[in-house]
Design a protein. Structure first.
Length: 215
């Protein structure tokens, strides 16, 4: 029994949507379906995964743009997360769409907001929820203890960190989230970020040029 995942870059933002599942039960979730919902649905069907919910790390358009459409395609499954402090980003989805000259994405709210110490369960797998403000005030990270695997959204990247020039962003909060929420999980943790290649906490802690320059 183990956790499996497949990363699918979507839209012109090349945002890493992650399909994650339990290889024993084939129950799974989709993290940050930012768009290309037909492509995602076709892959889910090909993999024969029973998706039980869609999980969002934060409320930026590139991470949530395809969520409502994918939920409908998959039979109206629940949308959950992030932390409720990102509620204002969901209310502004139409404005976010206009900002990037994209088709209008209607505002919506997840059925459930997430917070520290919540858990997402699918099959025999568990993802622990960590509230990690900074890039956005309601950002969350998802962590599978057994596999030492984390889905970090736009908190941390291979060689960089999330932007903090958006409304509600805070560089100090972002650095605090990385140092107090991510690093204590251990250097061996492998992570998938919202954009770009995968990495480990240990490598980024010792080699990430942005973090090293902030010391």
């Amino acid at each position: 029994m183990s956790i499996k995942y497949q990363v699918v870059p979507v839209t012109s933002f090349f945002q890493n949507c992650s399909i994650v599942w339990c290889d024993e039960t084939m129950e799974g979730i989709v993290i940050d379906p930012g768009g290309d919902e037909e492509k995602l649905a076709n892959l889910i069907n090909k993999l024969k995964i029973k998706v039980i919910c869609l999980v969002l790390t934060h409320g930026h358009l590139d991470h949530v743009g395809g969520t409502q459409a994918l939920s409908r395609i998959l039979g109206g499954i629940n949308i959950i997360g992030p932390h409720k402090k990102d509620k204002f980003w969901f209310k502004a989805l139409d404005k976010q769409s206009k900002m990037f000259s994209l088709p209008i994405i209607e505002s919506f709210e997840p059925k459930e907001w997430l917070k520290d110490q919540d858990q997402i369960k699918f099959g025999k797998q568990i993802l622990d929820v960590f509230h990690t403000p900074g890039h956005t005030p309601g950002h969350i990270v998802l962590f599978n203890q057994k596999s030492q695997l984390a889905f970090v959204g736009d908190v941390l990247f291979n060689g960089s960190i999330g932007r903090t020039d958006f409304p509600g962003s805070s560089l100090n909060e972002l650095i605090n989230s990385i140092k107090t929420k991510l690093w204590p999980l251990g250097d061996t943790v492998h992570f998938i970020s919202g954009h770009g290649p995968e990495s480990t906490f240990g490598y980024e802690r010792t080699s990430n040029p942005v973090l090293l320059n902030l010391k």
